[in-house]
Write a protein that binds this ligand. Sequence first.
Ligand SMILES: Cc1cc2nc3c(=O)[nH]c(=O)nc-3n(C[C@H](O)[C@H](O)[C@H](O)COP(=O)(O)OP(=O)(O)OC[C@H]3O[C@@H](n4cnc5c(N)ncnc54)[C@H](O)[C@@H]3O)c2cc1C
Length: 327
Amino acid sequence: MQTKRPTNPQAEEILGGYFRVLDHGFVALVDYMGSDEDVERAARVSYGYGTRKRSATRGLVRYLRRHRHTTPSEMVELKFHCAMPMFIARQWIRHRTASVNEYSGRYSLMPLLFYRPEQEQFGLQSRSNRQGRESVANRKVWAEAVSRWDALRSEAAAHYEWLVEEEVARELARIDLPLSTYTQWYWKVDLHNLLHFLSLRADPHAQWEIRAYAEVIAGMVKRVAPLSYEAWVDYDLGGATLSRGELEALGRLLEPTGEDAVAVRDGSDKLDGPALAALGLSSREIQEFRDKLRPGRRPNHELDLTRMRSAESISEEMARAVPEVFE
Ligand SMILES: Cc1cc2nc3c(=O)[nH]c(=O)nc-3n(C[C@H](O)[C@H](O)[C@H](O)COP(=O)(O)OP(=O)(O)OC[C@H]3O[C@@H](n4cnc5c(N)ncnc54)[C@H](O)[C@@H]3O)c2cc1C
């Protein structure tokens, strides 16, 4: 039977397909409800599909996002199947406005898959940002870390397998599996809250590993609701909020002229540190203001469809990683 629901060919193309993230993780869009048209319909509380021009829908979607009129985008929902290391799940689960059902380590045997950072991601502790990394550690340290990870993880896995063989309850057998162990869940969220998640987790301040997930999910949103995605990139991901002090600083340098132009104010070519401090900006805020003014890179967020895998092949891979139990 043909569906009467609105579908999007771009989203249909990836529905149920699995995209690798990190070494053993994945994200799959398993279902979605609605698209940009539904955002518009909800905003107008209007009747029927397809009565408006796409340019009008685009204008409205962009207006809504600019003005933070967010409830219409709650009418679109997306459901994902994701696998991620536990330390990433812990950051992800902080987003409370989603529905989650996680793989049960009490009920099921855990696939013994552990995340191993690649050398290019094996960064040293950042000196400027306590929650971050900077230059990559040397290869020798990474190689030693890999050999220590391997030893530790095979011991944790062997211990888990031994407990399971001894028929110890799975809820106890799992307690010493490391945070690098992969877990998985179904995650359902509406478009408004998903874009909020992506704003925080596709941002350079987020840990690189969760960003890797956010970027794949952003590629999926681009296919489900391309106009909402575009507005999110323009006004949120690629945009910035300005404080009163920052706006005042810009106002000293620029002025609106004529109907539709902005010009450099006469006699103003620069605001130095003391001038910015006089406007109330702390030295950290001055750095952040300077960062906001650097032109950002336009994100790509295109999914590589040649790497899309079937549910069956992912399921077989997971099954192979579960310890064998002889009944
Ligand atoms: C770079 C980064 C570093 C972080 N560091 C830490 C850290 O060191 N320690 C730590 O504990 N967390 C940390 N977090 C987690 C962060 O504090 C948030 O918990 C997380 O990002 C979820 O954001 P949220 O609450 O806006 O999202 P959601 O839970 O999805 O909520 C979405 C929005 O709904 C509203 N909302 C939801 N629940 C409530 C409520 N109970 N009351 C009022 N409004 C509500 C809020 O407007 C909220 O913004 C970090 C996050 C990031 C991105």
